[in-house]
Design a protein around this ligand. Structure first.
Ligand code: NAD
Length: 380
């Protein structure tokens, strides 16, 4: 129990370093943690003495309630300071649970007055996909830094407008790509980058989840598409950080619909293939009618994979040489702490709006390739 606490404290303080140290044994994590904590005590200084930056969550649905708000109880650089909701019945519960004062509670109409609230430094957009652009732009105009959930938006044009609005306001923009703070996934990136198993020939990326009828995720207007926008984006991300290159071409084929009513507006499933300049190909599959959660790389001298790969917890990795012995972490806490650190210390985020734009360009090209039945070249 004690060691788990120490490791967690270590990971929280040094989230940035997890990529570099993810190959360490748990014993060496403890030793390193001990050294750093005692250095902190000796100097009498905390590693980050700045005030915790205030985050306001916009949209209090599943992801805010079950993941982000609890993660904000574990962050060291930021805290849950405000909420923005269109559902008045949620307010009292959130205020009480997280000690949020009335002055930090907003609705979608008075949201813009958040500009006058010095408690809020960062606005985190956790709304249906088609609303990301409007709220990111309004938050930037209100003088706040922004974290926007994935997918960044439902069109390339919206992504560009969001980046411009944040630039014009002199504010930072990042995308909620939590897996860039997750050591299993970053191990995949490291093994790919270092060519530990030689040049990658093939990546297999699958992210599928069954969905209930009636969800906004099945509504083209609000979701921008089906499982590709919601889940397939993890396949795109996984393939790109594992191969370490941007793809140059994509081909795609939409799957058959077995439930024509549920999937009246969006695809039920889609297969797509990304081609990379170094010769690697990524075969990706995403569906709303089955389960699947894999990221696998096959290289000249071996293979490495995660299964499950993209969840919040319980991720597991293997290579052709054996199991990856890596601890699961609180991804959202590390992600938000890192962004708060970037804002406080004027450092670039590793998951900027430009990355969100790149991915939306790829998703749109996947749809175009499926529609036309022809490969679509990508200039990223
Ligand atoms: P959800 O349906 O649980 O919550 C959506 C929230 O938006 C609700 O509070 C709802 O009241 C509000 N809302 C406002 N206007 C709405 C409208 N017109 N239609 C529907 N809801 C409306 O969804 P969620 O799972 O919390 O997803 C929200 C966003 O977060 C999505 O963009 C999703 O892709 C993203 N997300 C990211 C992750 C991740 O791991 N990074 C995980 C889950 C969701």
């Amino acid at each position: 129990m004690k060691s788990t606490y120490k490791r967690r404290r270590f990971l929280h303080h040094f989230g940035q370093a997890t990529i570099a140290v993810s190959g360490l044994t748990l014993a060496s994590f403890d030793a390193l943690s001990e050294t750093l904590v005692s250095a902190e005590k000796k100097s009498g200084k905390s590693i980050n003495q700045a005030r915790k930056l205030g985050i306001a969550l916009v949209g209090l649905g599943q992801y805010s309630e079950k993941q982000l708000a609890p993660a904000l109880q574990e962050t060291k650089n930021c805290r849950l300071a405000g909420i923005v909701t269109g559902t008045p019945e949620k307010i009292d519960k959130w205020k009480e649970k997280y000690n949020i004062p009335d002055k930090n509670v907003y609705n979608y109409l008075n949201f813009d007055s958040i500009k006058d609230n010095p408690d809020i430094d960062i606005v985190y957009i956790v709304l249906p996909n088609s609303m990301h652009a409007e709220y990111t732009i309004r938050a930037a105009k209100a003088g706040k830094h922004v974290i926007c959930e994935k997918p960044m938006a439902t069109s390339v044009k919206d992504c560009e407008a969001m980046i411009k609005a944040c630039k014009d306001a002199g504010k930072m923009l990042s995308i909620g790509y939590r897996l860039h703070f997750e050591p299993h996934n970053m191990k995949m990136a490291e093994l790919g980058k270092k060519k530990t198993y030689g040049k990658i020939k093939k990546v297999i990326a699958i992210d599928s989840q069954e969905i209930e009828a009636g969800a906004w995720r099945l509504d083209r207007e609000r979701a921008g598409g089906g499982p590709l926008m919601d889940l397939g984006i993890y396949c795109v991300q996984g393939a790109l950080y594992t191969v370490g290159e941007n793809p140059v071409s994509v081909s795609a084929k939409e799957g058959e619909k077995t439930d024509i009513n549920k999937f009246a507006e969006v695809e039920q499933s889609i297969d797509f293939q990304l081609e990379f300049p170094g010769g690697a190909v990524a075969n990706c599959h995403t569906s709303y009618a089955e389960q699947g959660n894999t990221l696998r790389a096959e290289a000249e001298k071996g293979w490495f994979e995660l299964d499950p790969a993209y969840g919040y917890d319980g991720l597991k990795g293997k290579t052709s040489q054996g199991d990856m012995d890596i601890e699961n972490v609180n991804q959202q806490a590390l992600q938000m702490d890192d962004f708060a650190d970037c804002v406080a210390n004027k450092k670039p985020t590793r998951v900027p709006g430009e990355m969100g734009l790149r991915d939306v360009k790829i998703l749109m090209a996947v749809y175009e390739a499926a529609r036309s039945g022809k490969p679509v070249p990508l200039k990223l």
